[in-house]
Design a binder for this molecule. Structure first.
Ligand code: PEP
Length: 254
């Protein structure tokens, strides 16, 4: 059985000093030989290097929350994929709903970022999910299929990528969706991917995660290791005990 993936998205929380403390607590809470899960921490840009040092001797991987869609140049205030690669990022979240909504990131930019990440051998964690109004209007399936297809437009060769289903309206709400609904959306994502790639590619190279108010109490209901193979965790990843609890729950299932 493959290991489940647990990704912590710290968003715009924790200063570098605070990040160091939280990362140290997470490392200290895991057995030194590692766990039967792939754990990834995604701190903010200024905290990446300090977290990289803390996790260096552990099996935790480093991820970014975003980067710019051009490789380099005159883009004041932006961060390139090459910079992330050089400081040890192996993963990056792409197209998080907070970026799509607040920062107006569009499907075309997200697609360019996915291609860049793959070119730099960074695992893209592509976030898709419907807003509450879209759900109410019966557009959920359409939105998800469109976001998956446009993020992966023209993407034909890759070793590995992740699609995270995050219903926008439950992010940070403290209450997740019904696990059966998450499973049914994961099935929809899988069928959408099968329209684009062979069954072998979809089954072996793409993992589907759930994200949205996951904690140590509800995580086991979402991850079945077949359709949903891990979780993207926001708020609960800032609390070392809860984050470790999530990892424990998933690894005790393996
Ligand atoms: C997220 O923002 O990716 C997320 C899943 O947040 P939360 O766990 O806080 O709902």
């Amino acid at each position: 059985m493959e290991f489940p993936i647990v990704i912590g998205n710290w968003k715009m929380n924790l200063t570098p000093h605070e990040s160091e403390i939280v990362a140290k607590k997470i490392v200290a809470g895991l057995p030194p030989q590692g766990v039967s899960a792939e754990v990834v921490l995604c701190p903010s840009f200024p905290s990446l290097e300090v977290v990289e040092r803390v996790i260096a001797q552990s099996t935790i991987s480093l991820g970014a929350q975003n980067f710019f869609w051009q490789e380099s140049g005159s883009y004041t205030g932006e961060v390139s994929i090459k910079m992330l690669k050089e400081i040890g990022c192996g993963w990056s979240i792409i197209g998080h709903s907070e970026r799509r909504i607040v920062l107006r990131e569009n499907d075309d930019e997200i697609n360019k970022k996915v291609k860049l990440a793959l070119a730099y051998d960074i695992v893209p964690v592509i976030c898709v999910g419907e807003k509450y109004e879209e759900r109410q209007a019966g557009q959920k399936d359409f939105v998800i299929m469109k976001e998956v297809a446009s993020a992966l437009k023209g993407v034909d060769k890759f070793n590995r990528l992740v699609v995270a289903y995050e219903p926008v309206w439950v992010i940070g709400r403290g209450e997740a969706i019904d696990p059966e609904e998450a499973q049914s959306v994961a099935t929809l994502i899988k069928y959408t991917l099968r329209d684009m790639y062979s069954h072998e590619v979809v089954d072996n190279k793409i993992k589907i995660l759930y994200g949205g108010s996951v904690d140590d109490q509800n995580v086991s209901q979402f991850v079945d290791n077949e359709l949903i193979q891990g979780v993207l965790v926001g708020g609960s990843s800032l609390k070392p005990e809860t984050f470790l609890g999530i990892i424990n729950k998933l690894t005790s299932k393996c």
